[in-house]
Write a new protein. Structure first.
Length: 302
């Protein structure tokens, strides 16, 4: 009885207070306040988790984007390349929302544009794959200054600057895959600049991984051998595209992507992706460079 009296009084006074609030319109204001503070708290607690993938208009990059989409881990995929229509096609095929960012990474302002976007959106970058890159067949005498310079800019400069721009947005458990190549394991005449750019990527990635060891960010250099992508068609478009006569693509991009994501997941520094890659890596460590270059000199003419 006493409890009933107390409850009806409390309930009555609450009802009075609520009706007073609503009469003055305060109730509406309060509800809006609650909703805003809830949304605000959500925004600070959980920034958007995204994957950034360069070179996503074809080959390995596109396959990494598909894998990121299938994983269902990301709120958005930011895909980067020059061919906007290819990126749109990819976006239409993905279940995850895709931001198609058409950028020429050989241009100086490309990274600034991406940095500005990151500053505006303030996402968490859960995955960065730097797959944009290309090679050109030919010796020093065959390649133009423009070809050589843009190869270095895209393969090295853009990869490093983009990584630098993204790192502040990474957190424990974020993942970085830098696409190098088995060409990184030794100097390759006839592919001299390309092999050197990939040796740079491998060395940079290993050192970066060491620097990041305390932050719980997984870093892997991916070093595949010939993969069935548009790479060889692009590489042949030079004054002497048959410098490397018959590159025989042996592995599929799907295989490289599946294996390298696994290698990165177990936090291993280098993913070689097939037996020939492993052999090249071991040979690069134990054989003298001149011996390797003479062996390659024969192989590239077959
Ligand atoms: N395929 C192989 O045998 C092989 C072996 C070892 C390592 N790799 C490495 O794997 C990576 C991916 O190559 P892939 O085999 O997938 O070749 P791919 O099919 O030719 O793809 C190259 C990607 O890089 C992008 N790209 C090139 N120049 C760019 C620029 N200036 N700005 C922005 N994006 C640019 C291309 O997009 P847009 O043309 O639309 O800009 C394309 O999406 C490269 O770093 C390559 O060196 C390839």
């Amino acid at each position: 009885m006493l409890v009933y009296v107390w409850f009806s009084q409390v309930e009555g006074s609450l009802r009075l207070q609520w009706s007073a609030f609503f009469k003055k319109g305060n109730g509406l204001v309060m509800c809006a306040g609650f909703a805003l503070s809830f949304l605000g708290r959500r925004a600070t607690i959980a920034p958007m988790n995204i994957a950034i993938i360069t070179g996503a208009s074809s080959g390995l990059g596109r396959e990494y984007a598909r894998a990121a989409d299938e994983s269902g881990r990301y709120d958005e995929l930011w895909v980067i390349a020059r061919r906007a229509e290819r990126l749109e096609e990819l976006a239409n095929a993905c279940a995850t929302p895709v931001r198609a960012i058409s950028l020429d990474l050989a241009q100086a302002n490309a990274i600034e544009e991406l940095s500005a976007l990151l500053q505006r959106e303030k996402p968490t970058v859960g995955l960065l794959v730097n797959a944009a890159g290309f090679g050109k067949f030919g010796t020093y005498a065959d390649l133009t200054a423009a070809e050589v310079s843009s190869m270095i800019t895209v393969n090295c400069n853009a990869l490093v600057c983009l990584t630098q721009a993204v790192l502040p947005f990474m957190t424990r458990g974020s993942r970085i895959l830098q696409i190098a190549s088995s060409a990184a394991f030794q100097p390759l005449p006839g592919l001299d600049v390309y092999a050197a750019t990939k040796a740079f990527v491998l060395s940079y990635t290993r050192a970066l991984r060491f620097e990041l060891r305390g932050r719980g960010i997984y870093v892997t250099a991916v070093c595949p051998i010939w993969v069935r992508t548009e790479f060889i068609d692009v590489a042949r478009q030079t004054a002497n595209g048959t410098t490397v006569k018959n590159p025989a693509p042996s592995i599929s991009p799907e295989r490289v992507v599946r294996w390298s994501l696994f290698v990165n997941r177990v936090n291993y520094p280098v993913a070689t992706c097939c037996v020939s890659g492993v052999i090249m890596r071991i040979a690069g460590k134990i054989l003298p460079a001149p011996l390797e270059m003479w062996a390659w000199e024969g192989l590239r003419r077959l």
